[in-house]
Design a protein around this ligand. Sequence first.
Ligand code: C2G
Length: 150
Amino acid sequence: MKRVITYGTFDLLHYGHINLLRRAKALGDYLIVVISSDEFNWNEKHKKCYFSYEQRKALVEAIRYVDLVIPEESWSQKRTDMHEYHIDTFVMGDDWKGKFDFLKEEGVEVVYLARTPEVSSSQIKRDLYDPASVGDNQTDHSDINTDPGK
Ligand code: C2G
């Protein structure tokens, strides 16, 4: 069984994340996703997530390509993760190209996959900050004819 691992924040889960996870799974049989904890995100990446770690974990666990989700709590855990989880292939989007080549020393294949260019969690947040770009909250369906046959 070929075991693949990837790391990330996965806040405001979007199709760029799904594209990455689908291609990562295609490289093996078992995919582990290491999701940044809230503390790691804030202390190390200066990112404040919209969804908590537990919420991001539940979302990613629901993806058909994902077999296991564990927390990312430090930059340095990657080396030990490769051995603890018997990893064959490490995968990241190519915005990280070259940054994790050192993991080859741990005997794993390092693969950088092309990012999905036009979407990102931070772009979503910027777009949503502009109220003009968003429709009303569609919870009132009283004006919709759900049975056009009548
Ligand atoms: N990604 C992608 N296309 C996008 C957005 C993200 O392919 N449009 C990929 C990223 O390249 C990364 C993964 O999806 O491989 C997760 O992206 P983020 O949630 O932004 O994670 P990041 O902040 O890059 O954290 O130790 C590594 C870090 O935890 C990575």
